[in-house]
Design a protein around this ligand. Structure first.
Ligand code: BES
Ligand code: MN
Ligand code: ZN
Length: 486
């Protein structure tokens, strides 16, 4: 039993010992108010009673409790919980807890309850059949909690799916395998559709951006289309979410040094987030229509690889001069973004582990956020804040666009003139592939679009309490919140 306790509470909260035997009650009451336990964030105290281990966990002062503190504390408790204690967790919320914070605490427990050990023999894990979680709170909160916890647990299935995909090594999860898993996922779900465009289809459609990047690998590239509720809102504009899906990024002919390469299996986290988001939306029963596109390729050096200096065609009709084959994400996205405009989107959001420069600029605490639309940028920023997945506004300046369209041989260049502002020039590149459209009055303007650079937030974020290591599933919750809460 986990009892979260506020700092500065000097007597045991009233319902602390309900259901415990007499001896146990006395021990627990004493422990709750002992000098040794202050209620400071993250500090805990365990009391062993017959059949039940009671764990007090500090969450700090009641007045300054945030959903982030609640979620992170829930996650930390789960991380420390020994599987020898059985399989049932009861969280007992005392007075002073808001329904939102209770939900966040439980969500932290659920998010952190994740391992990726499918390629390991682990007998201890095998014996444990997973935790069962029960939350206890004042009666007046129960209706709200029943719904919010159900919903949170379903969104978590999407986060965990995204994490699974990111953690899969590139020898097992290559472009067509991603497509196959998406098709498998759609099987038997009557309100989702998945379509995979294989190499031949990409050729036929002129998706030369994706092809250029992927043709150097024996694992051929593909494009995956996700459609939720395809028969709803047919004449309405709906969101389209686009993901970078480089299943491994060696850099290609512009090969990366050893140091920069080993974890590049997560270079498909943008596509993993899209897939996880569709799972989250589907599981929570979202009734609106949503489109997703993932651009899948493996970036390898070989006799058939594209090279620096190449001028490639793209689906848009624009040509790209390749400065570095390691700036491959933007090449595949150029096709995905151009295509997304054909789906009559209300807005387009792309997610990509796009640049090391973004990690230099922001570290691992926030994704970079660029947009051609102030309202959309603000909405994404707010959605990120609501779920504590920060998306930090970055500049989309005309000077960067000018730089990226200054090639002497093609319409667009895939690298900036120097290294400065590398995350911004990448965003400015992507903007070249956002189409204009006419509104009712015949006026032309760009489709609202935002770009999230998740290079820093998608992998091994030490400060992310909800993730031990590896893929983080970042922005599944942000986008679920954005789409479902408007
Ligand atoms: N996938 C990388 C970006 C990346 C770097 C993600 C580190 C996560 C951690 C991307 O394809 C890349 O190589 N970008 C280059 C761009 C440059 C060649 C213009 C980079 O950031 O160095
Ligand atoms: Mn690269
Ligand atoms: Zn990459």
């Amino acid at each position: 039993m986990i009892i979260p306790v506020f700092k500065g509470v000097d007597k045991a909260p009233n319902n602390t010992t309900v259901g415990l035997g007499r001896g146990a009650s006395i021990a627990v009451k004493a422990a709750a108010t002992s000098e040794g336990f202050s209620g400071k964030v993250g500090k805990s105290l365990s009391v062993w009673t017959k059949n039940c281990t009671v764990i007090f966990i500090g969450v700090g002062k009641k007045e300054i409790l945030t959903h982030k503190i609640a979620r992170d504390t829930g996650a930390k408790v789960l991380a420390r919980l020994s599987k020898d204690l059985g399989s049932e967790i009861v969280v007992r919320f005392t007075s002073g807890w808001s329904p939102e914070n209770m939900t966040a605490f439980a969500e932290g427990i659920m998010l952190r309850d994740y391992v990726f050990d499918k390629y390991q023999k682990n007998e201890d894990e095998e014996k444990h059949n997973g935790w069962k979680l029960e939350c206890q709170a004042h009666e007046r909160h129960l209706d709200y909690l029943t719904n919010s916890l159900k919903s949170a647990s379903l969104v978590v299935t999407g986060v965990h799916l995204a994490r699974d995909l990111a953690n899969e090594p590139a020898n097992r999860l290559y472009p067509e395998e991603f497509g196959r898993r998406a098709l498998d996922w759609a099987e038997g779900k009557d309100n989702v559709e998945v379509e995979v465009w294989d190499y031949a289809r990409l050729k036929k459609e002129g998706m030369e951006g994706v092809i250029a990047v992927g043709k150097g690998s024996i694992r051929k590239p593909c494009m995956v289309f996700f459609r939720l509720n395809p028969d709803q809102q047919k004449d309405q504009q709906v969101p389209c979410i686009v993901g970078k899906g480089i299943t491994f990024d060696t850099g290609g002919i512009s090969i990366k040094p050893t140091q920069g390469m080993w974890d590049m299996k997560y270079d498909m986290h943008g596509s993993a987030t899209v897939f996880g988001l569709f799972q989250a939306l589907w599981a929570t029963g979202y009734e609106g229509r949503v489109n997703g596109i993932t651009c899948m390729a493996e970036n390898m050096p070989s006799a058939e690889a594209y090279r620096p200096g190449d001028v490639i065609d793209t689906y848009s009709g624009k040509t790209i001069e390749i400065f570095s084959t390691d700036a491959e994400g933007r090449n595949v996205l150029s096709d995905g973004l151009w295509k997304s405009a054909e789906l009559n989107p209300s807005y387009i959001i792309d997610l990509a582990t796009l640049t090391g420069a973004c990690v230099v600029a922001l570290g691992q605490e926030a994704s970079g956020l660029w947009s051609n639309d102030d309202k959309l940028r603000e909405k994404i920023h707010q959605a990120g804040n609501s779920v504590d997945e920060l998306a930090w506004p970055m500049p989309l300046l005309p000077a960067f666009e000018k730089e990226m369209t200054s090639s002497k041989f093609a319409d667009v260049r895939n690298g900036g003139k120097g290294r400065y502002g590398g995350a911004n020039t990448a965003a400015a590149f992507l903007k070249q592939f956002i189409q204009d459209r006419e509104d009712e009055s015949g006026e032309k303007s760009a489709i609202p679009w935002a770009h999230l650079d998740i290079a820093g937030t998608a992998w091994n974020v030490d400060t992310n309490a909800c993730v031990a290591h590896g893929g983080t599933g970042v922005h599944v919750r942000t986008l679920h919140h954005l789409i479902t809460q408007g």
